[in-house]
Design a protein around this ligand. Structure first.
Ligand SMILES: *Cc1c(COP(=O)(O)O)cnc(C)c1O
Length: 443
């Protein structure tokens, strides 16, 4: 895509945003193409039944998960995180940014999901389980009525050893796919981009995972993974750019969140909007969750994606309508960011097309801001997140800054003091202490 082609697709307002994005300035984009949820979901390839089916599959696997990952015993093998109110951080945000903060601030702690310590413990683990189930059922070794803890047997492990699972990743997806696949007995190869942190590679190797490293970015790692799998029929490629299974695994989060909100007495209705801020890389995790939330809360939920100023791929794909046909490099942006989980230059077109009519908006955030937020969250709430995971935290502040602009087009401002803001924390609990210390000081 050439720059003049891109510019010819944009209206005056979007051209202003594009100029700022080229200069790595922070921007806020409200989606002019958003539709009523009812209409927006019509064109989607999935339904609520698909999400419920994924949820049922995870329940079938729960006895197995509880058996092989003792840290999930308390939750009976269900991999889930807390929804935590963070009032001290809310107060801090008011102080630092010197502005009002209307509504309650909640943190969805996927940063502390068991097994893989990131949001990838949803979609990534789900896809590996789905593949394992398909194989075992096809070979008549398993039926959906069985107690799946039998999968922990030596016999099953030997069966899965025949197969290889392959994935390309900036780090966290590799961790989740690698840990889960190795536990079941699969051979597994993770193609890692240059952004991937050394400790993530070391951890995977310690679990017997084959890690292949590249000097290039995420798109190259995915491409090489895809190539490896193509030539081998016993090889299964987890396609982060196009996978319906990853997407549905992430979407299950919405069913779980609905239950948590009920338990906590948090209202979501006409007068009590739910605003959700999700860090976005290639789009699968935030896209799947947005899809699930819109299915459940319809027009009462408003989802916003957060990306680094150096990697605003999904925003670019949505704003131009070009989706996977555009990369940040096409507008001269380098895709180099400390937010390794979000270091993606080209968005998923599969996800972009589903969310185009239902996403409320997207914004970009500077790396330095992520470190400031990281430090303040530790200081106020003693919660440690990795840099990527903080991108959503500035969302409620940025929304309010837009109150005299495009936010006025939404029926939100007058209700915002009854709003619940959920910042989705996407990773951090597995970061080694000395690296966290370094993040903390890097503000
Ligand atoms: C992967 C990741 C995301 C975003 O998920 P995508 O599916 O790539 O959009 C956000 N935060 C962290 C920490 C991640 O690892």
């Amino acid at each position: 895509m050439t720059l003049s082609n891109i510019e010819s697709l944009l209206d005056a307002e979007s051209l202003v945003l594009l100029e700022k994005m080229k200069l790595l300035e922070e921007v806020f984009w409200f989606n002019p193409g958003i539709q009523t949820t009812h209409n927006g979901l019509k064109g989607s390839p999935f339904t609520l039944e698909d999400v419920q089916d994924a949820d049922e599959r995870l329940k079938r696997f729960a006895p197995y998960i509880a058996k092989v990952f003792p840290e999930t015993k308390l939750s009976n093998g269900i991999i889930e995180s807390n929804l935590k109110k963070i009032p001290a951080m809310k107060q801090k945000l008011v102080e630092i940014y010197n502005q009002a903060f209307l509504g309650d601030l909640w943190l969805k702690c996927d940063s502390h999901l068991p097994i893989a310590g990131s949001i990838k413990a949803r979609g990534g683990i789900y896809e590996v389980l789905k593949y394992a189930e398909d194989l075992a059922i096809e070979q008549k070794l398993l039926t959906p009525k069985d107690d799946y803890s039998i999968l922990a047997s030596e016999e099953f492990r030997r069966f899965f050893t025949q197969y290889t699972i392959v994935v390309g990743s900036t780090g966290n997806l590799g961790l989740s796919i690698g840990i889960m696949s190795a536990k079941l007995g699969f051979k597994v190869s993770v193609h890692m981009s240059a952004d991937a942190k050394q400790w993530k590679k070391d951890l995977l190797r310690s679990k017997g995972v084959r890690v292949i490293e590249y000097e290039a970015d995420y798109s190259k790692a995915v491409e090489e993974g895809r190539k490896q799998a193509e030539s081998d029929p016993l090889c299964y490629f987890v396609d982060d750019e196009n996978s319906p299974h990853l997407f549905l695994g992430y979407a299950v989060a919405a069913l779980r969140l609905q239950k948590q909100l009920k338990e906590l007495g948090i209202k979501v209705d006409e007068n009590h909007p739910l605003l959700v801020y999700l860090p976005c890389g290639v789009g699968g995790a935030p896209g799947g969750i947005t899809f699930g939330l819109k299915l459940i809360f319809q027009d009462h939920v408003h989802c916003f994606f957060a990306e680094p100023t150096h990697s605003p791929c999904m925003l670019l794909g949505l704003m131009t309508g070009l989706h996977e046909k555009i990369s940040v490099q096409d507008i001269g942006v380098d895709n180099i960011t400390a937010a390794d989980g979000l270091a993606v230059g080209r968005p998923s077109g599969f996800v972009g097309k589903i969310i185009q009519p239902i996403l409320s908006g997207a914004y970009t955030v500077r790396d330095q801001e992520l470190f400031t937020l990281l430090k303040n969250l530790v200081d106020t709430e003693e919660i440690k997140l990795e840099p990527s995971s903080l991108a959503g935290m500035i969302g409620p502040i940025r929304i309010w800054q837009e109150r005299n602009g495009n936010l006025r087009k939404y029926p939100l401002i007058e209700k915002i003091n009854h709003a619940s803001h959920i910042v989705w924390a996407t990773g951090g609990s597995m970061v080694p202490d000395e690296i966290m210390e370094h993040y903390y000081k890097n503000r």
